[in-house]
Design a protein around this ligand. Structure first.
Ligand code: SAH
Ligand code: SF4
Length: 354
């Protein structure tokens, strides 16, 4: 038996056509989306939709395609990480991070990642597949389901989970349109961050979309020979071209670009690195985010100690750049992208082996 399609795998128009074919007024579609956005866990929860229609919806569709298979908490409950199994068996993770003034969801766009950065847990597994746009939106709907019980609302979404969003361009753009749709999650595109290792043609295309999402570039090195190693796509799209493309995105959208810099002790945290970064970004509408490395097994890297992080921040500041150190949310929750997935895969293979 084939599974029922998830309700968000069809467009608004297709759902309205389905309703019309059953002599149901099309405004029910808007009502249904409203329930999804408010975190309904089943069609039966949709109280102002007539019961027979709820039953029919349940017969034809699933509310989500995601099956949570592992959850871990950290930071005294402020961080929740969920691993979801997708149709077909791959799995991805999403992380809810609660702050005083916002609730941010870190979302996955691919099962695995084809880019293969050597410090990243996601890059260690063979690439699985692109997520469909509904699978991306469903991660956000699940967070929207979890937060209201705590008096919170999902306010920000960052594409910093598993995968390279610009390598799954159409589905990612479609998912952002739904996440920001006032009839669905209504999160302003400004509060959506797309983080990329630097696929220049897609960054340029994104600039044409009239979406004005915030762009984050995973830079990690300001010179090509080092970035060729840390972010292998650099061999195709070198640093200077990447920054030029990001700047034209900034000019077009008036959005400040974030540059991410994973701090790897002795590798990219020296005076030379800060000076090169200064030369690259000085005078640009840019912000540098330093991310202390989250240790990943079987990599040759380690995080600098606190003093090392402070010293590098000061070196970058001295270059006249805006810089912040990202807090290391969720360290105990297998924090950085791909790490919960990695632990579950390890445990699974241990179970299979025993
Ligand atoms: N593929 C995209 C988005 C997902 S990764 C990208 O690379 O931008 C999101 C961020 O987490 C990136 O800046 C990435 O470099 C960083 N990251 C990956 N592994 C990490 C680790 N072990 N510790 C800290 N940050 C890491
Ligand atoms: Fe992929 Fe980003 Fe990890 Fe690099 S850092 S392997 S681009 S998910």
């Amino acid at each position: 038996m084939t599974e029922r399609p998830p309700i968000l795998s069809i467009s608004a128009r297709e759902l309205e056509a389905w309703l019309s074919s059953r002599d149901v007024p099309t405004y029910r579609r808007k009502q249904l989306w409203g329930w999804l956005a408010r975190g309904a866990a089943s069609f039966d929860d949709m109280r102002d939709i007539p019961k027979p229609l709820r039953a029919e919806l349940d017969h034809e569709f699933r509310i989500t395609s995601l099956r949570p298979v592992a959850v871990s908490q950290a930071d005294r409950g402020l961080t929740t990480k969920t691993l979801y199994e997708l149709d077909g068996g791959h799995s991805v993770e999403a992380v809810v991070m609660r702050y005083a003034d916002r609730s941010t969801l870190c979302i996955s766009s691919q099962a695995g990642c084809p880019i293969g950065c050597p410090f990243c847990a996601t890059g260690k597994f063979p690439f699985g597949r692109n997520l469909k746009s509904h699978e991306i939106v469903e991660q956000a709907l699940d967070a929207a389901r979890m937060l209201p019980a705590e008096g919170r609302r999902l306010s920000h979404v960052v594409f910093m989970g598993m995968g390279e969003p610009m390598a799954n361009y159409q589905a990612v753009v479609e998912s952002v349109r739904r996440i920001s749709d006032p009839e669905l999650l209504a999160i302003s595109p400004r509060r959506v961050v797309i983080s990329t290792s630097g696929l220049i043609p897609r960054i340029d295309q994104l600039g044409q979309e009239k979406l004005a999402v915030t762009l984050a570039i995973s830079l990690h090195a300001a010179r090509d020979d080092l970035r060729d190693v840390l972010v292998p796509i650099n061999r195709k799209y070198p640093v200077a071209d990447l920054v030029a493309s990001a700047q034209s995105y900034a000019d077009r959208t008036s959005r400040r670009v974030s540059y991410e810099w994973v701090l790897l002790a002795g590798v990219n945290d020296t005076e030379r690195d800060a000076a090169e970064l200064g030369r690259l970004l000085r005078g640009k509408l840019a912000h540098v985010n330093l991310i202390p490395f989250n240790p990943v097994d079987d990599t040759p890297y380690r995080a600098p100690d606190r003093g090392g992080v402070r010293r590098f921040r000061q070196l970058v500041e001295a270059q006249g750049l805006n810089v912040t150190v990202r807090d290391t949310r969720g360290r105990e929750a297998d924090a950085a992208c791909g790490q919960l997935h990695e632990r579950v895969m390890r445990e699974r293979s241990a179970v299979t082996a025993s």
